[in-house]
Design a protein around this ligand. Structure first.
Ligand code: GLY
Length: 354
């Protein structure tokens, strides 16, 4: 098992990565929030079928009182109404500030449950139990929580660091291939952001060295988040591929996976960087080859005219400027703050004539 400590100004907590850890989740939690106390275990219907009973048994074995809350799977559940319904369930138990809620599942579960935990009683402890590659390497760590509004993803949210993250690699074995592929985009992203040798290590399939890969990504995210918990500086590097990616996701009506959209966004912004003389063309070639190796898309299905209004409304915008994460080479991504009126030019360089 890998055990990494995330040290943010608001909370210090461990991320445990290894096999067979759901059974151990209660024992691991007891080191942080000892029983007796109540744990509300929240999962979508599909994840519950696969892993719910094991997680529940692990918590009960360690002496917790466990209540279960289930919700329909899918991004469509990531709404204020679902978070409210969880909060109402918590208040019916009632769950108190000394109890805790555990999110078993992918990014959607972690975001909804984390958000409900952030606002219920003005904040109760949350444990993240990621069951997707994407949640393991990204959304379960760092405390970003939120739900979607009709105007866009994650527009209603809060920073709320978990008290513990337990990633049982066994749960990744049951992932549908498309969801695993989606997570690979976020793994590749870490290499492009800041670790060239890690990037090239990924030519050996991720599934063959899963624990080391996830631990490497978490270590990198930990280091970034420790220095910028509130996403005002270096943490924005983690948005690599997300500015265009989020717009693609929204325009697709959320039918495309998040990771696939990030892959499209990474390819697009790297093309723009090449055209502007910021990034060597060979590194763009290496990125496209890596994305293709994992079956990820690299071509953007929308043109600049469709993307622009969505990007201009992105919450990452600060006044009349937007900060882009721009690869200057594999392993060397930098933040570039650009006026919103220059976005059409960036999109043209990213999308046209390739
Ligand atoms: N998912 C990007 C971040 O946590 O900042």
């Amino acid at each position: 098992m890998h055990r990494l400590t995330v040290d943010t100004p608001s909370r210090r907590y461990d991320v445990c990565v290894g096999r067979g850890l759901l059974k151990e989740a209660g024992a691991l939690l007891s080191q942080v929030l000892p029983p007796p106390r109540r744990v509300c275990l929240a999962a979508d219907d599909q994840v519950w079928e696969l892993w719910g009973e094991q997680a529940e048994a692990g918590l009960r074995l360690a002496g917790y009182t466990v209540d279960v809350w289930r919700f329909p799977h899918g991004e469509g559940s990531k709404t204020p109404a679902t978070a409210l319904s969880l909060a109402e369930y918590l208040s019916s138990l009632p769950l108190t500030r000394t109890d805790c809620v555990a999110a078993l599942g992918g990014g959607v579960a972690g975001d909804i449950v984390g958000f409900a935990a952030a606002v219920y009683l003005r904040g109760i402890p949350v444990v993240q139990l990621p069951t997707t590659l994407l949640a393991a390497v990204d959304s379960s760590v760092g405390g970003k929580t939120g739900v979607d509004l009709p105007a866009g993803k994650n527009l209603l949210g809060a920073f709320h660091q978990p008290s513990l993250v337990v990633c049982d690699l066994d749960t990744l074995d049951t992932l549908p291939p498309a969801q695993f592929t989606d997570g690979c985009a976020e793994v590749i992203k870490y290499g492009v952001i800041g670790d060239r040798s890690f990037f090239f290590d990924l030519t050996e399939p991720i599934s063959r060295h899963m624990e080391a890969v996830i631990a490497r990504c978490v270590r990198m995210k930990r280091d970034i988040v420790a220095g910028d918990e509130r996403d005002t500086g270096a943490r924005q590097l983690l948005n690599l591929g997300h500015t265009i990616g989020h717009a693609v996701e929204k325009l697709s009506g959320y039918t495309r996976g998040h990771g696939s959209c990030v892959a499209i966004g990474m390819a697009a912004i790297t093309r723009a960087a090449v055209r502007r003389g910021l990034c060597p063309e060979a590194d763009l070639g290496a990125l496209l080859a890596m994305l293709e190796q994992y079956g990820l898309p690299t071509a953007c299905p929308y043109d600049g005219a469709a993307l622009l209004p969505v990007i201009a409304g992105d919450k990452k915008r600060a006044g009349s400027a937007i900060t882009l994460a721009v690869p200057h080479g594999i392993g060397d991504t930098r933040l570039v703050k650009v006026p919103v009126e220059t976005l059409p030019g960036w999109l043209q360089d990213a999308l046209e004539g390739w």
